[in-house]
Design a protein around this ligand. Structure first.
Ligand SMILES: CCCCCCC/C=C/C(=O)SCCNC(=O)CCNC(=O)[C@H](O)C(C)(C)COP(=O)(O)OP(=O)(O)OC[C@H]1O[C@@H](n2cnc3c(N)ncnc32)[C@H](O)[C@@H]1OP(=O)(O)O
Length: 720
């Protein structure tokens, strides 16, 4: 929990000890409070050094304790007593000092950090504010503007940046604790008043008022409905305008408004869901912690379209050599220039003079892939083309090379069976832009080996991605659910809504972008190609089939009609919105679209009605969650948490709402069931609105919490 020792005769060394990250659980707070009291009252002790075990100072409060009845001593009195002491207290920061950990460090009189240490207040990412004096001490140390930026974004800073900002007093490359002990010996007897941050007054100039006002406006715009960033600004305003003790009272009142909020619960759920996603398992018993990944030094990327370019950049930035293959010279030239441009801009942003272009080889020949450890195929979504390529890859690559496909929904098994190495084929589904988006779906087929899955997941981690292992089915998890979300959005247009109205409601709910804006950005032709390939449109459709009916259910031909007119979204200057020019980024509501929708409705005898915001949210999000329950039942996703991670990291779902499955639980499964029944009654031609059997069973079982849903899946883990 925390250890006490004496060094150099007069220095008390207090070592936090709660692996893996020295989180401040109740027992740790109790021990450290007792030990600190002992050190501060022991006449032989002249100074105290506070450090953490195993190269980590402290990652803050134990997040697992949030939402449980409070126990153990609070941090605020401990920090107060430490700061008020006449003996110098020095923090020796290695690894991380985060949240409550940094608050303790700010209560120390001096801070020494190792060069690799990172510091910050990530509480906002958990739906909270720094609640143990951090919101009051940090601005007194580094000023309002810098504190505002750090606390409202949760950004961590390096030791070097912390030194520049004045958060730490010294950065060391060698032994931090030894340096801190020497430092402590040196400062014994020095006056401490100016080192007590609570005694400082942040100058509240007109500038600070403007900074706070601007900050509030910016934060509100970015927060997408999240409360915590706004409350952070309120806490900083208290720091700027009130004496320390009143500021502390305000901080306490403010954190109390957040601590039990549904947003804090959702964000804390996301924190653990993201980490649990790494803990995959397969029906064979292979798991994340008993499967060895292969070493990957050299990767082949085939196809230099948008996805291939992003994947290449991502690999090179992680220090991995890439052989990028294109079939046509012109495409390769375009792709090469785009990749080099992206790397150049990235290097400039980071202040590097030279992007790591030495890691890149561009070629028109697949033969150059003979020596790569892994290939990522990123060619068009055309099964015949992919099968040919996989057959060819089998011939040119060494027998141990893993063959991965970036398909966004085609059958990974169908590709595996054309190779002589089925066990080495997995899906690595990146999201556009692949060098930016965090999500990676690792698609595991029945033949995929544990080694292949482990290698894809480990590679994803090296690229800074959040990998989620999913089973193989059309669209996997993300796009399978997305299809139903899109269908509902199209149906809402048929029934009377406008694209900008639907988008506005979704953005107010917290989505990064409304569905129609996303669709314009990705290009309407992407879905068009998929619908053609899956026989929903094209020559295979019986000409007698009604336009709004496909494969036994209601179908909206709206996006197909737009594509037929060449309205493909941003790239063509027109899609669901109008853009100033082809390639334009600013969507404007399109009067021609409104006329087009009116004509469409009258052609099909649809009487437009006013669509309420709550109907948009219910139909879109409950349809998604309903499919999520089917996905769980089929074992395509192992946990509801995995589905939520996919939606938060890949589809712009608001993190403060936890993901579609968590949201359904928060709304109440019984309510979701009842609303789905209602909508299914109104739209019996949309079978996907019929509540899934798992949802029904969960409601019958009294709506257990998300972590217990697996127990109600009948055929657990058919795929995973
Ligand atoms: C009225 C109420 C007043 C309340 C006042 C409260 C004042 C203080 C508030 C806080 O401090 S809130 C917490 C702020 N800290 C954080 O948000 C840090 C969260 N952790 C991280 O960012 C990272 O974990 C890390 C520390 C940078 C380490 O990253 P790394 O990638 O190396 O490892 P991980 O896989 O992320 O973590 C390892 C392991 O540790 C668990 N864990 C990490 N941090 C915490 C924590 N603060 N509490 C509990 N558990 C934590 C994490 O879940 C992993 O567990 P396993 O998955 O391995 O089981």
């Amino acid at each position: 929990m925390a250890r006490y020792s004496r060094t150099e005769g007069t220095i008390a060394l207090i070592t936090l000890s709660n692996p893996p990250v020295n989180a401040l659980g109740a027992a740790v707070r109790r021990t450290i409070t007792d030990i600190m009291h002992r050190a501060l009252t022991d006449g032989e002790v002249k100074a105290v050094v506070l450090c953490g075990e195993n190269g980590t100072f402290c990652a803050g409060a134990d997040i697992r304790e949030f939402g449980k009845p409070p126990s153990g001593p609070a941090l605020v009195p401990l920090i107060h007593d430490m700061e008020a002491s006449e003996k110098p207290v020095v923090a020796a920061i290695e690894g991380v000092a985060l949240g409550g950990g940094l608050e303790i460090a700010l209560g120390c009189h001096y801070r020494i950090a190792h060069a690799k240490a990172r510091l910050g207040f990530p509480e906002v990412m958990l739906g909270l504010i720094p609640g143990a004096g951090g919101s009051q001490r940090l601005p007194r140390l580094i000023g309002i503007p810098a504190a505002l930026e750090l606390i409202t974004t949760g950004r961590l800073v390096s030791a070097q940046e912390a030194l520049k900002l004045g958060i730490v007093d010294q950065v060391v490359d060698g032994n931090t604790i030894e340096t801190a002990v020497k430092f402590a010996l040196n400062v014994i007897g020095r006056p401490l008043l100016s080192r007590r941050l609570s005694e400082r007054t942040p100058a509240f100039s007109v500038d600070a008022a403007a900074v706070l006002e601007e900050g509030m406006a910016r934060v509100k715009q970015r927060a997408r409905g999240a409360f915590a960033p706004v409350v952070c600004v309120q806490a900083l305003r208290a720091a700027a305008t009130l004496p320390y003790s009143r500021g502390m009272e305000t901080e306490e009142q403010l954190i109390n408004t957040l601590i039990d909020s549904s947003q804090a619960r959702a964000l804390q759920y996301c924190f653990f869901a993201q980490r649990n996603a790494r803990k995959w398992s397969l029906p064979s018993g292979a798991r994340w912690n008993n499967s060895k990944p292969r070493a990957v030094h050299r990767v082949g990327v085939v196809g230099l379209g948008t996805m291939g370019r992003g994947i290449t950049v991502s690999l090179v930035k992680a220090g991995i050599s890439v052989v990028a293959v294109e079939m046509e010279e012109k495409q390769m030239d375009l792709g090469m220039r785009a990749v080099l441009g992206m790397l150049e801009r990235d290097a400039q942003r980071r202040g590097d003079t030279r992007p790591p272009t030495h890691l890149l080889t561009f070629t028109l020949s697949l033969q150059q892939l003979g020596n790569v450890d892994l290939v990522i195929e990123a060619v068009f979504e055309d099964m015949a083309l992919k099968k040919c390529l996989f057959t060819e890859l089998c011939n040119v690559c060494k027998p141990s090379t893993l063959l991965c496909t970036n398909t966004s929904g085609l059958d990974v098994d169908a590709l595996a069976v054309v190779t002589h190495r089925r066990s080495l084929v997995v899906g690595m589904h990146f999201f556009a832009p692949a060098n930016v988006m965090k999500l990676l779906e690792v698609v595991c087929g029945p033949h995929s080996s544990a080694e292949a899955v482990a290698t894809a997941m480990t590679l994803g981690k090296r690229l800074g991605k959040v990998g989620v292992v999913v089973g193989n089915c059309p669209g996997f998890v993300g796009n399978r659910m997305m299809k139903l979300y899109l269908d509902q959005a199209y149906f809402l247009l048929e029934e009377g809504a406008a694209p900008e109205q639907v988008d506005q409601v979704l953005e107010e709910f917290g989505f990064t972008m409304g569905i129609f804006k996303v669709s314009d950005l990705s290009g309407l032709d992407v879905g068009w190609r998929v619908r053609k390939a899956s026989g929903l449109i094209g020559p295979d459709v019986n000409p007698k089939t009604p336009s709004r009916w496909r494969q036994g259910c209601r179908y909206s031909p709206l996006p197909d009609l737009l594509c037929e007119q060449g309205h493909l979204g941003q790239k063509s200057g027109r899609g669901w919105y109008l853009y100033e020019t082809p390639g334009g980024k600013e969507p404007k509501p399109d009067p021609a679209m409104h006329r087009f929708l009116q004509e469409y409705r009258s052609r099909y005898g649809l009487t437009p009605r006013h669509v309420h915001a709550h109907e948009v949210i219910e139909r879109c999000t409950y349809a998604m969650a309903n499919e999520g329950f089917r996905i769980l039942e089929e074992g395509i996703a192992a946990r509801a948490e995995d589905i939520d991670v996919i939606y938060v990291f890949g589809y712009g779902w608001p993190r403060h709402r936890g993901g579609p499955m968590f949201h359904a639980a928060q709304v109440g499964l019984a309510t979701v069931l009842q609303r789905l029944e209602h909508y299914h009654q109104l739209h019996p031609d949309v079978p996907h609105l019929q509540p899934s059997p798992l949802l029904q069973r969960l409601v019958e079982a009294g709506s257990p919490p998300v972590h217990h849903w697996r127990e109600h899946v009948q055929h657990l883990h058919s795929y995973l």
